[in-house]
Design a protein around this ligand. Structure first.
Ligand code: 16G
Length: 248
């Protein structure tokens, strides 16, 4: 790696970070490869230990590197690229990537909708809804924390049929004849709180991607309101943008 520019207004740690990132992105450093340690970076670039540490810590919290106690810092597997175009289920998304989907049910209960859910589902605030909180797994690793709300009236008996450890969308289709056809979804960044961090195996404060989705069936009925927190260090969402013919 070339030496750092000491006369440029770019912090040294940031320059080291950029060098490492470049090596990862152009394939010189591959998933599983060990990267230079703090001490090695210090010698190579003539920077302080703190500067070297900051570069590694940021790359780690952004999901490019991971540390193994006593062994060193290694290049992580690339993030999961998730197109935002189709209305797909978690199970379908993971299978398409050859990963084994899973779910750990953290809560499954019938509750009153409350203001936010009522607004999303177009029901009364006291209307009963099924609240399903699940940790979604891919190959056993936690990927997202999902809280779904479905009007109890459209899924009678859902809670009695056992924990929803497989696909909710499949159950909706096969057991309740509900096919989701359309959804409105928003995406924003939020820091992981202590509980979310523990569940998702990230540090508190790590950026998560919060997706909120309201899905409807062919009769335009709102069926599901979900808040999904995806690991920002494992996911990258992509969209296709098409320039309209009449764009100014
Ligand atoms: C996706 C959906 C979630 C849905 C789940 C069903 C988002 C943000 N979340 O994760 O709304 O409940 O798929 O997956 O898109 P399943 O059929 O595997 O249970």
């Amino acid at each position: 790696m070339t030496s750092l520019g000491k006369d440029v207004p770019i912090p040294l740690y940031y320059q080291i970070k950029a060098r490492l990132l470049e090596s990862i992105e152009n394939g010189q450093l591959k998933p599983g490869d060990r990267v230079l340690s703090e001490r090695e970076l210090t010698t190579q670039f003539g920077v302080s230990r703190m500067t070297a540490r900051q570069a590694l810590t940021e790359l780690e919290s952004q999901g490019y590197l991971y540390r193994v106690q006593g062994k060193g810092t290694f290049v992580a597997t690339p993030k999961i690229e998730q197109p935002l175009a189709g209305l797909t289920s978690f199970t379908e998304d993971m299978r398409r990537r050859g990963l084994e989907p899973g779910a750990k049910v953290l809560a499954a209960e019938e509750v009153a909708a409350g203001r936010k859910v009522a607004r999303a589902l177009g029901c009364g605030e006291t209307a009963p809804v099924v609240r399903l909180e699940r940790l979604r797994l891919a190959g056993g690793d936690p990927m997202a924390l999902e809280i779904s709300h479905v009007p109890a009236s459209v899924v009678p008996g859902l809670l009695e049929r056992g924990p929803v450890v497989h696909s909710l969308y499949r159950i909706l289709e096969t057991e309740f004849g509900i096919r989701l056809v359309r959804a409105i979804q928003s995406l924003e960044a939020v820091p992981a709180n202590a509980y979310e961090a523990e569940m998702l195996h990230v540090r508190e404060g790590t950026p998560l991607l919060l997706l909120e989705r309201i899905s409807r069936d062919s009769q335009e009925r709102p069926i599901e309101f979900v808040r999904s927190l995806y690991r920002g260090d494992r996911y990258r969402f992509t969209t296709e943008l098409i320039r309209r013919e009449d764009a100014p």
